[in-house]
Design a protein around this ligand. Structure first.
Ligand code: SAH
Ligand code: SF4
Ligand code: F3S
Length: 435
């Protein structure tokens, strides 16, 4: 038998791309590919790309430039672009970089095996359809091979919200939910392969409607899966946090006390211009209800500074919202103009103003994050251990609040769930002792 062909995938962007990369590798597995972490050994290199900000998209072209050398060294090497840049730019990519053999969008990658046939015939392949056939049904069941204790599971895709800054509704298409019975089946397969914690994914995961009870209904179904210990979900939109989901945060033991609930801005004027469809007060009230259900819940968020029309007073409203809410974790970005989105046409905020606001917001957010980490010292958390640390005898895992926790121990295995007393905090992690 000939050696298996080797596939190298580089993943950019959000967790949904991480999930898609796994599924693409599995799908090409049927064509005799095994994954490699060495691009120089690969027969095929796939870049699974992100289009969310200009920098993310441009990075792909510089990466493709770097890959040219591999293609010169091995003319049989196939190079493919997948993900949201593939969807947004399609055939343009091949025009700009003629050495690209394959372009596949996020809704059509279940057709990769047929596309690979075309490549084997010496053709190029392009598929950025939003096909009628169900991608998830066409994909095979998950492999039985043992895997790590945590996994992502996409339950909902696409977005109908059309925030004025965002490309996702265009690159991922309309909101679609997978039926709950298939998700449960996939969760069972993951658990059989060693998974103990599943993070449910969707661009708007709490708009999930593949179960009569919405996302909460799905979570309660997953709660019954033996061997599954922890459930998380991301990313949520404030307007889709229904009562049942809030309630589940207080009553479902497997649902972890962590919630990523982006607000983007603290100014009503900017929220309106962004088409977020809620006010800052509605967000505050929502947070109050969530915290009433689960007081120790750790909140995370996303923020955009320098959205068109944002004044210093608007920005101060965002700072004020952050001070009022208190985030344990957050991501913040300078507004990036995305062609084809409504906000791209509006008068833009100056670059140096954006940068100054970003620095001020980030220093406030990292101060909050650090304060919350300090408040964990002395407490006992439950850690799911995921990997060995850099130093021998050190293990690293995540607490229920998604803090990275390291412990010096030789008596813990990957996949163990253990009580850990937090004894110190570093910038981005906690140090603890097994109880
Ligand atoms: N569905 C999620 C967000 C997906 S994109 C939600 O609604 O919250 C992830 C984050 O990227 C967004 O929350 C936003 O903060 C940021 N983002 C999206 N478009 C952007 C743009 N044009 N410029 C800067 N940041 C952007
Ligand atoms: Fe983008 Fe808004 Fe949809 Fe989130 S809700 S993916 S920010 S359009
Ligand atoms: Fe990026 Fe697409 Fe995710 S644009 S953030 S990879 S949905």
């Amino acid at each position: 038998m000939s050696d298996p062909k080797k596939l190298f995938i580089k993943t950019y962007g959000c967790q949904m791309n991480v999930y898609d990369s796994e599924r693409m590798a599995e799908s090409l597995g049927g064509k005799g590919y095994v994954t490699t972490d060495k691009p120089e050994d690969a027969d095929m290199i796939l870049l699974n790309t992100c289009h969310i900000r200009e920098k993310a998209a441009e990075k792909i072209y510089s990466e493709l430039g770097r890959l040219k050398g591999f293609k010169t060294a091995n003319p049989d090497l196939k190079i493919g672009v997948a993900g949201c840049v593939a969807q947004a730019e399609g055939a343009e990519i091949m025009k700009r970089q003629p050495m690209v053999d394959l372009v596949v969008g996020p809704q059509s990658y279940h057709r990769l095996p047929q596309m690979e046939d075309a490549l084997a015939r010496g053709e190029t392949a392009l598929d950025t359809d939003f096909p009628e056939d169900d991608k998830f049904e066409t994909l095979k069941s998950r492999p039985k091979a043992k895997r790590g204790p945590t996994a992502f599971l996409t339950v909902q895709e696409g977005c109908d919200k059309f925030c004025a800054f965002c490309v996702v509704p265009y690159t991922r298409g309309a909101e679609v939910s997978r039926p709950s019975d298939r998700i449960i089946r996939e969760a069972q397969e993951l658990v059989e392969a060693g998974v103990r914690e599943i993070t449910l994914l969707g661009q708007n995961v709490n708009a999930y409607h593949g179960h009569d009870g919405g996302l909460a209904g799905l979570i309660w179904e997953l709660d019954k899966v033996d061997g599954l210990e922890r459930i998380r979900f991301t990313t949520s939109h404030p307007n889709d946090m229904d009562d049942a989901l809030i309630d589940a945060h207080g009553t479902c033991d497997k649902l972890m006390p962590y919630l990523h609930l982006p607000v983007q801005s603290g100014s009503d004027k900017v929220l309106k211009a962004m088409n977020r469809k809620h006010t800052r007060d509605q967000y505050f009230k929502l947070i109050e209800r969530i915290r009433a259900a689960r007081p120790d819940l750790l909140l995370s968020g996303d923020f955009i500074v320098g959205f068109p029309g944002e004044t210093e007073a608007d920005f101060e409203d965002t700072m004020d919202l952050v001070r009022t809410v208190g985030y344990g974790q957050a991501y913040s970005f300078k507004y990036s103009t995305r062609p084809g989105t409504p906000a791209a046409e509006r008068a833009q905020v100056e670059e140096d103003v954006k940068l100054d606001r970003l620095h001020r917001l980030q220093s406030l957010l990292s101060e909050q994050q650090y304060d919350i980490q300090k408040s964990m010292v002395g407490r006992t958390v439950k850690v799911l251990f995921e990997k060995h640390g850099r130093e021998t005898g050190q293990m690293i895992g995540k607490s229920e609040y998604l803090h990275a926790v390291f412990a010096d121990t030789t008596d813990v295995a990957i996949g163990d769930l253990r009580d850990v007393r937090v004894v110190k905090t570093e910038r981005n992690s906690l140090g603890g002792e097994i109880v």
